[in-house]
Ligand binder design. Structure first.
Ligand code: 5GP
Length: 205
């Protein structure tokens, strides 16, 4: 069975990082896709784990080399998904969880429609998103309005996703994502060969 890509989007401040770490801890045979970005590293982040932090020039070379499954600009910086690890995971039946903003997520769905499952994570209200973003304290004050505007637009795109998860309670939201992952693995097209290979039968009259 080929691996699936669980592409998770949602506005900054919705608690995606903690949520995805919880989901990965609870799952087997699942890998996190480490993105490349041209944004500066933040305190507490680890190069090669949080992101691959690269210059704009290096990022543009990755684009030119066709080394990215998708990329997008987000509030002045590039973000993109390295293609080689994704190809390898799909071929080896390993599922991948990815944190990708909306433009990139829709590109992945178009490029890999059978493998990609889009999950939109949001908070119970936009006011909560604003408060969480302000309290997080890692967004420069000059960028806050731009991030909030982007968050508003991202929420308006949720209708294009396969699933929506409201991250009100971490435990419940992570259970919902695990349930989505399990259900996707049980889909008919994933399993039909298990049944068909064993049967030769005639249609009832
Ligand atoms: P942050 O700077 O807060 O870490 O991330 C900003 C946004 O970039 C988030 O919405 C996150 O989902 C998105 N992002 C992270 N990695 C990728 C990626 O590989 N591709 C795209 N298109 N967006 C990404």
């Amino acid at each position: 069975m080929k691996g699936k890509l669980f592409v998770v989007s949602g506005p900054s401040g919705v608690g995606k990082n903690t949520l995805l770490n919880t989901v990965i801890d609870r799952s087997e045979n699942v890998r996190y896709s480490v993105s490349a970005t041209s944004r500066p590293i933040r305190p507490g982040e680890v190069d090669g784990k949080s992101y691959y932090f690269v210059s704009r020039e290096r990022f543009e070379a990755l684009i030119a080399d066709d080394a990215l499954l998708e990329y997008a600009e987000y509030v002045g910086n590039y973000y993109g998904t390295p293609l080689a690890p994704i190809r390898e995971a799909i071929a080896n039946g390993i599922d991948v969880v990815m944190d990708v903003e909306v433009v990139g997520a829709l590109k992945i769905k178009k490029r890999l429609p059978e493998e990609a499952v889009l999950v939109f994570v949001t908070a119970p209200s936009f006011d909560i998103i604003r408060k969480r973003l302000v309290h997080r304290g890692d967004v420069a004050p000059g960028l806050m309005e731009e991030r909030l505007e982007r968050a508003r637009w991202e929420c308006s795109q949720a209708e294009h996703y396969d699933y929506i998860v409201i991250n009100d309670d971490l435990q419940k939201a992570s259970e919902e994502i695990c349930a989505i992952m399990l259900a996707e693995k049980c889909k008919t097209m994933e399993r039909i060969h298990l049944i068909k290979e064993e049967l030769t039968c005639s249609t009832p009259q």
